[in-house]
Write a protein that binds this ligand. Sequence first.
Ligand SMILES: [Fe+2]
Length: 325
Amino acid sequence: MTDVLDKDFEKITLKKIGAYFGAEVSGADLSGEFDDVTFSEIHQAFVENEVLVFRDLIISTDDQIRFGQMFGELTVHPFSPNSDKIPELIIFDNKEDNPPFGTDVWHSDETFRQCPPLGTCLRALDVPEVGGDTVFASMTAAYQGLSDRMKNFISGLEAIHDFKPFKQLFDDDDEGRRELQRFELMYPPVTHPIVRTHPVTGNKSIYVNPQFTIRVIGMNEIESRSLLTDLFDLAKIPEYQYRHHWYNKTMVLWDNRSVQHYAVHDYWPKRRQMERVTMEGDRPFSSEENVIPDALKSRKSPQPIGANVNHGGHSPKRQFVRDLD
Ligand SMILES: [Fe+2]
């Protein structure tokens, strides 16, 4: 059965691909400049569906870069394999002598930054027939699935994020330690709310991840570890997931403010070539703070959507979960 969404769109067609989130976009030609209406519709589809899939694209690297720039400034990842010519472009060329590094763990991209990227756009150039999927988890759905007691408990809490997994990239010698210290000064640990409010939709999501989140502020070590483990485990619940199998010429755009992802490393040592651009985002906030919605809109964003994400008209709470109170 095909679920066609948002029939009001003029320029694009959306097909639902996950129960709570995820949609496939067709009808948009991304191989050049596109008009404001097309961008506005794609942007609305992006924030409402959290993950967008574009298939059978005949586009160039420049087209992908231009597409990313419609959403905001592109960022340069401090630790990834960036292109020499275009530092904003990350080139993944994983193969036998270049195994994938550090992406087989649940995360939202670069939450060690004060202003983590709002979205990531990844395009498959040459991918294996089997394996190498990316699994996404809607942390909006995960939040909505919590009991009211748990929502109240984590409301207002903050956690520290740190680029810890990348520290092993530095050599264990004087020069390596000096270099690491330089990066630690550039990217000191940052504090983000555990419940993040999406700046466009206003939806709340769980904003901690096992790759970068190290501690809950105001808790002792045991309490912090225990709470973080429980929250990290939410991404593993299949009902909150959409698993994407890649084909060449497919591009996926995901909203780092509302989803986490996990790149499955089961394809290695086969070759997998992808290109990625990442768009600068806002400083995460929780709606318990004072919010001025107009000031929080991303550059080039259309008018705020306002409506909550429908998640296909279903409550994301799993059917067998009952409130215990
Ligand atoms: Fe990632």
